[in-house]
Unconditional design. Structure first.
Length: 489
């Protein structure tokens, strides 16, 4: 019997030391790993961009080597910060994720737990304090109360609690309550810190359990072994079990209720700030004060991590369900198996190059809607000609006044000039209605069609806009030639 118990205990110990948590703390480079991870990740910095993490680990290594801590090379890893971080990710201490289109590192649940153990151990010995024991007793009492099925006994417990509370109120009204001394308050503060340090690992375990479920669901959907609805129902049931059947799930559910009540968050923040101003808080060191102040933020970040994991899992699973095509996946699997089998057979042949049969089982591509008539690819006919400008009807005269050049009126005016003409002089003689800036461009176009020449002289004209304002334009002098029809005669 003794041997059996010893073997069972030894097997449990082996399994514990093979886990990433104790593997991190047991290695020769554990002090460096703990120090680097504590430097990179804080309560206000739960994730670090991968490029930044590589650079910062490089800097930490350089500082330690320069400071003379490289006497034992086995305690400091070799290689670059990038190689070190990738090694940590491979050992399960870092997780790679995408946050806002940026690839980041996050601590795994094992790493969070290892850092919590190291921080608790390095912070001094754990004391069996009044606060710690009272927390245990209150937890046992609360469990016994909830487990009690006899209504009479539950009512008796409630009356005892009410009597004790009434007696305390009576002593307070008589000013007979003695305040706790600083040592007892310090013990309670340390107990609060102890409880707060356990939360990040619990949150991280919940987030990682959701990621594991996401991977399992996607794998089941891709294997197409069971109907999609059955796989999704199992995922929803497992997600509910995570929140109800595990200690970390219950911790998350309680924290979620706390976060969901803004009044409780405000009260928590105010209480923490008031406690730090109390005289007993002077006995807390700088790290303890910083941890105390970050408790609220640590809870918020933990809840956000779990909610982000839930959103990512839902997004990935939804995308898989929408794009999942069993027939297409099966065709691709068959094709890949044929290719691998063909390469395997070809590779076992002679050393001389051998012909390879082409793959002939590619799935047909979906090309959509083809032309129904393939006899003549030309369009059935030419488009209808454009209508003449005279057929265009404008809403009113004001709209027409702000339109383009009046080519018909300008061409009639130019025909009346006869022979060659100077463009600027001709524009001055145009009616006010046809002396707009756009009509100057129209006159220039007409001159270009009939033939024109330019000189180095500068012509200046004044155009009249429909609203009565004027604009002056300067351009190289233009001499328009006689109409082309007359030139060809």
């Amino acid at each position: 019997m003794t041997g059996t118990r010893a073997e069972a205990a030894y097997s449990r110990a082996l399994a514990a030391f093979r886990a990433p948590t104790l593997d991190l703390l047991h290695g020769r480079q554990a002090p460096f790993v703990v120090a680097a991870l504590m430097t990179l990740f804080t309560a206000d910095r739960p994730s670090v961009a991968i490029a930044d993490a590589h650079a910062e680990v490089n800097e930490i290594l350089e500082q330690l080597r320069t400071g003379g801590h490289d006497d034992d090379a086995r305690r400091l890893p070799g290689g670059t910060g990038r190689e070190v971080c990738r090694s940590w990710a491979k050992q399960g201490w870092l997780l790679q994720q995408i946050d806002d289109d940026v690839e980041v590192y996050r601590l795994s649940a094992h790493a969070v737990e290892a850092l919590e153990i190291a921080g608790r151990t390095g912070g001094g010995r754990t004391r069996v304090s009044n606060s710690r024991v009272r927390t245990l007793l209150e937890a046992v009492d609360h469990l016994a109360e909830n487990a009690e099925s006899d209504p009479a006994k539950r009512l008796e417990r409630l009356r005892e609690e009410r009597d004790a509370l009434d007696a305390k109120i009576t002593r307070a009204e008589a000013d007979e309550l003695e305040p706790l001394d600083d040592d007892e308050l310090l013990e309670e503060a340390e107990n609060v810190l102890h409880l707060a340090r356990e939360l990040p690992a619990d949150f991280a375990r919940v987030a990682e359990s959701l990621k594991a479920m996401q991977r399992d669901v996607v794998a089941h959907l891709r294997r197409d072994e069971r109907p999609t609805g059955e796989v999704l129902r199992e995922y929803l049931q497992r997600a509910q079990d995570v929140m109800q059947s595990t200690s970390e799930g219950r911790a998350f559910a309680g924290a979620l209720r706390l976060i969901g009540d803004p009044d409780r968050i405000d009260a928590l923040t105010e209480n923490l700030q008031d406690l730090l101003r109390q005289p007993f808080a002077r006995s807390l060191d700088a790290n303890q004060r910083s941890e105390f102040d970050a408790i609220g933020r640590r809870v918020e970040l933990g809840v956000e991590e779990v909610l982000s994991a839930q959103r990512r899992a839902s997004h990935v699973i939804t995308g898989q369900v929408k794009t999942h095509d069993p027939l297409r996946d099966r065709q691709i699997d068959d094709l890949l198996r044929d290719v691998i089998a063909g390469m395997h057979e070809w590779g076992q042949g002679t050393a001389a190059p051998a012909p390879v049969d082409p793959v002939r089982s590619l799935p047909m591509i979906d090309v959509g809607h083809l032309r129904q008539s393939v006899g003549d690819i030309r369009p059935p006919g030419a488009p209808a000609p454009l209508t003449e400008a005279v057929d265009v009807e404008f809403v009113d005269a004001d709209t027409r006044a702000w339109g383009g050049p009046r080519y018909a009126e300008l061409e009639a005016y130019i025909e009346g000039l006869g022979g060659d003409y100077d463009l600027a002089e001709a524009f001055v003689g145009v009616d006010d209605d046809n002396r707009r800036p756009v009509d100057l461009l129209g006159l220039l176009e007409i001159a270009h069609r009939g033939g024109m020449s330019e000189s180095d002289e500068i012509s200046v004209v004044e155009a009249l806009r429909p609203d009565g304002t004027t604009r002056r334009f300067a351009f190289g002098a233009v001499r328009a030639q006689a109409a082309r029809e007359e030139a060809h005669d």
